[in-house]
Design a protein around this ligand. Structure first.
Ligand code: NAD
Length: 419
């Protein structure tokens, strides 16, 4: 059982969710051991020459949690405080996320201990290329497909693709996803996570009999996921009444003009003092009465310390791990309909999957096709999870984990053990 002091530890949190679902599934003890343990963990120490001529050694990780259903899939994080435990937790999350949306991937994650904010582009390029060279036998279109995460971006993926291709002596675009469009990226990838959040939110509103045109939405985080979610939800007719950022929050009961707010933030560097709304207390904004709350900033923002204050009917978890395991029962007791992260934000990995498929086919889809296929898959996955929850009398998060674990366990049983 998770103690309050472990609540914020990512690995303990991931294991707590896994254990709960495995117990509800009555999962065989041996299978539990297999699914709790990563398949492969690689640690590399990368010597890199800095711009001033000094030599530095950076530590990098790649964890493949599961490759039972297909290649490991997951981002690479560059951060000064990234740990092996964090990468392990994130890798297992990817296994469950890919299984929930039923795409043919396992789960993986990578990390390099470095601070991208103090490194030059040339230094980042050298770190990335050496990390890729060290991981040549680990990553690949058939084995493990990295993507961007915190501190990495399209450019990082372009360097990985190029380094991998140089070693292979031919261009291999499918080795990473989240690439620039001109290097085999997919149309619709930038909006994909936000679009996925919109799709499942519309399904949840329908399920609860709520009119989307009357729905009041509060979004925390105005970055890629939060910004796109707010923008697409507003275009779909929902009223985005508040946006919460780290330095302030803005409110308009009639609905904020999201395009104008984005312009204001680009011009001033902040969402505060927006003339289309009023500044409100950022520490209280998440507790506004609303129909939909979209935490899309960071992990652990809804914990046992504040879950009782949430007054939303639906929570669409745009971020990874915004709710701690100890907050789950509090939200459940309040009757809040939670769309768990491994479902709500799976639009990103789904379009990454589409990118990999297009790269392998060498045939690229238009944006409409990407969006239609995303919608089809997200709606089906939402219904799978909700039906599973109803059938087994569990909350949506437990249902999503049970469904995912069951799918991976089934594959392992079917394949049998190679010994
Ligand atoms: P981002 O850096 O583009 O945006 C995060 C935003 O949150 C920033 O604007 C930041 O200022 C804001 N923020 C930070 N701390 C805050 C706080 N305390 N209160 C309010 N706002 C705060 O990152 P992103 O790509 O949008 O990712 C956000 C979350 O979604 C992360 O948990 C990420 O792992 C998850 N996620 C992202 C994707 C994707 O495709 N980008 C896919 C799945 C999950």
């Amino acid at each position: 059982m998770l103690a309050q002091h472990d609540e914020l530890n990512p690995l303990q949190a991931a294991e707590a969710r896994f254990d709960l679902a495995a117990e509800a599934l009555n999962l065989d003890e041996g299978l539990c051991k297999i699914l709790r343990t990563p398949t492969r963990e690689v640690i590399v120490h990368i010597p890199v020459e800095l711009d001033d001529g000094r030599l530095e050694v950076f530590t990098g990780y790649r964890v493949q949690h599961s490759i039972a259903r297909g290649p490991a899939k997951g981002g690479i994080r560059y951060a000064p405080d990234v740990t092996l435990d964090e990468v392990r937790a994130l890798a297992s999350w990817m296994t469950w996320k890919c299984a929930v949306v039923n795409i043919p991937y396992g789960g993986g994650k990578g990390g390099v201990i470095c601070d991208p904010s103090i490194l030059s582009q040339r230094e980042l390029e050298r770190i990335t290329r050496r990390y890729t060279a060290e991981m040549m036998d680990v990553i690949g279109p058939e084995s493990d497909v990295p993507a961007p995460d915190l501190g990495t971006n399209q450019q990082t993926m372009a360097w990985i693709m190029d380094t991998y291709s140089m070693h292979k002596r031919h261009t291999v675009t499918a080795v990473v996803t989240g690439k620039p469009l001109d290097l085999g990226g997919s149309r619709g990838r930038t909006e994909a996570t936000g679009r996925g959040c919109l799709i499942v939110t519309l399904e949840a509103l329908k399920k609860l009999g709520l009119d989307p045109k009357q729905a009041r939405v509060v979004v925390q985080g105005f970055g890629n996921v939060g910004g796109q979610s707010a923008s697409l939800m507003s275009k779909a007719g929902l009223k985005v009444v508040a946006i919460v950022e780290w330095d302030g929050a803005v409110y308009n009961a009639k609905g904020l003009d999201i395009a104008a707010l984005l312009k204001h933030r680009n011009e001033t560097g902040s969402i505060v003092d927006f003339e289309g709304g009023e500044n409100i207390d950022k520490d209280e904004a998440m507790y506004l009465e609303c129909d939909v709350l979209v935490p899309a900033a960071k992990e652990n923002v809804i914990s046992s310390a504040n879950a009782h204050k949430i007054r939303a009917k639906i929570i669409t978890e745009g971020a990874n791990g915004p709710t701690t395991a100890l907050a789950d029962p509090v939200l459940k007791a309040k009757g809040i309909f939670v769309i768990p992260d491994i479902l709500a934000n799976a639009g990103g990995v789904t379009v990454s999957y589409f990118e990999w498929v297009q790269d392998r086919q060498g045939y690229f889809w238009n944006e409409q096709l990407v969006n239609e296929r995303l919608e089809e898959l997200m709606v089906a996955s939402f219904r799978d999870v909700v039906n599973y929850a109803e059938k087994h009398g569990v909350d949506n998060r437990t249902a999503a984990y049970m469904l995912a674990i069951d799918r991976v366990a089934f594959t392992i049983k079917l394949r049998g053990l190679y010994a």
